[in-house]
Design a protein around this ligand. Structure first.
Ligand code: GDP
Length: 483
């Protein structure tokens, strides 16, 4: 019954979307990635550069001078929070700070008036494209596989993973709680909350910088959005016996019920109402953070990417595939924060992401959409330099490390500019996966830089935010719709 209703609703939604689309062409661009991958900064930089005619030589419509005007408009979805562009850009430009990261779904509509590139179409009145940028946590996509799993299977997998040596330390308090737990005992809220908190804390701890393990479901335990504290988010995996029916009112019964509620009131509505309506997608990946943390974090990131990519091309017989009438036709996978590396390493960074994505694509048996891989920096916080050392030229990056950042014994105060040799990425991406590889833990060093001080032109005009390959990303994602 539920899935019939799902389908009917979706067909209707897609129909209304399409009719509106004929009158006012629009493109829904999904921007996702795991937490701190760079979604907020990417969207802010994208909007800023389009609104202010930034330097975007590889973005044809802009480079050819065919963009007649760009402006923000009222978004089409009244129930989705608006992406706080104005506040975010103010933080970057005026405070030289980074904006508040993505915590839930949000949206902003940017409309572009343009002139067509082809001769005959130029005779017609100019074109207009509304781009609905939808920002949402990548963690939420990791919930899709839960749809087909019952509580016992979910629990078994989650507990097995928590017992892995790489996660055991973080999971210890949660594992201690479920050790010898009485599943038939009458459920009481304090016990449930203690379990949920211990499990959620473990998932959060895995994401910390030093371990940088990519996340595990339930995605809302890391990014609760506005549902924090609701019963649908108050559960945790339990060592239940598969196939056994637990007494109503027991701990096992209650948590299994809440797990099912999580799927029906949290996971399904997100996929139905938001995900299923996307036309294009950019998936941002912070590979550098994973590299910094070591081979296990890299392998884990690959697993998360596989699960994420699987959402974009679900099997037709799966829950999502059965009602997805609109298909995402282009996916850009972008390694972010490339400004932490010298230009000489960008190709290597791209090769690493490509390797991660190729493996993930093969594992997810993914095909169809056009996929491209790129290394970019939505906001370029550094510039390049070099020094001579022992007759060798070392490529440096120069920027202002954020207050409190450290390299070796040095702690930065957030005011002085410093040149840093970030280390070399391996030429063979395979090195990153080998625990005994040459790339020792910490061989590559990254610090957080403050956003750049905006330069002024000789005429005193403040230039737009610098970036690395944001224009290529825009060309891939939007270029054909502005041709
Ligand atoms: P989100 O969780 O995906 O929304 O991540 P954010 O966009 O908030 O980015 C997380 C952090 O990564 C920021 O606070 C910055 O420190 C850093 N960051 C993101 N994008 C860039 C970039 O293009 N250049 C630099 N240098 N840092 C970035």
């Amino acid at each position: 019954m539920t899935s019939l209703a799902d389908e009917a609703r979706l067909v209707f939604d897609n129909f209304t979307d399409r009719t509106t689309h004929l009158l006012n062409p629009s493109l829904r661009l999904g921007v996702t990635g795991l937490s701190r991958a760079g979604k907020t900064v990417f969207i802010t930089a994208l909007v800023h550069n389009l609104l202010h005619g930034g330097r975007l030589p590889m973005f044809r419509a802009q480079a050819d001078g065919r963009i007649l005007g760009t402006y923000l408009e009222e978004q089409p979805d009244d129930a989705v929070p608006r992406f706080q562009y104005e506040e975010h850009i103010r933080t970057i430009l005026e405070d030289r700070g980074w904006p508040q990261s993505t915590r839930a779904i949000s949206e902003v509509r940017l409309t572009v008036d343009f002139e067509s590139a082809s001769g005959w179409r130029r005779m017609l009145p100019g074109g207009r494209l509304s781009i609905d940028i939808v920002d949402y946590p990548g963690e939420w996509l990791l919930d899709l596989p839960l749809i087909d799993k019952d509580f016992a299977t979910f629990s078994q997998e989650a507990i097995e993973r928590a017992r892995l040596p790489s996660r055991h330390d973080q999971a210890a308090p949660y594992l201690a709680l479920i050790d010898g737990i009485d599943l038939d005992a009458k459920a009481d809220e304090p016990t449930v909350q203690a379990l949920k908190t211990a499990f959620a804390d473990y998932l959060q701890a895995c994401r910390a910088d030093a371990t940088a393990l990519s996340t595990l479901p339930p995605g809302r335990f890391l990014m609760p959005g506005d549902l924090d504290g609701s019963p649908a988010l108050s559960f945790a995996p339990l060592p239940v016996e598969p196939g056994k029916t637990y007494r109503k009112g027991s701990l096992a019964h209650l948590l299994a019920r809440r797990y099912e509620a999580y799927k029906s009131v949290v996971v399904k509505p997100f996929f139905r109402e938001h995900f299923a309506r996307l036309d294009r997608q950019i998936l941002l990946v912070d590979v550098l953070q994973a590299i910094n943390a070591g081979p296990e974090a890299v392998a884990d990131l690959e697993t998360a990417l596989t699960d994420i990519l699987a959402c974009f091309r679900p099997g037709r017989t799966s829950w999502l595939g059965s009602f997805l009438t609109r298909r995402i036709d282009k996916i850009l996978v972008a390694a972010t924060k490339a400004d932490h590396l010298h230009r000489e390493s960008h190709r290597r960074l791209e090769a690493i992401v490509k390797r991660l994505v190729d493996d993930a694509i093969a594992r997810a048996k993914f095909s169809g959409a056009k996929t491209e891989v790129l290394a970019l920096a939505a906001v370029r916080a550094t510039r390049e330099a070099s020094i001579e050392e022992n007759g060798e030229t070392l490529p440096l990056i120069v920027g202002t490390p954020a207050a409190g950042e450290r390299i070796g014994a040095e702690t930065f105060d957030g005011t002085s500019e410093t040149g840093i040799f970030p280390g070399d990425l391996p030429a063979d991406p395979g090195e990153l996966f080998r625990a005994d590889g040459e790339l020792q833990h910490g061989a590559v060093q990254f610090v957080r830089f403050k956003p750049p001080r905006l330069e002024k032109s000789p005429e005193g005009i403040t230039l737009s935010l610098p970036h690395i390959r944001l224009d290529r990303a825009l060309e891939f994602l939007l270029g054909d719709r502005l041709a």
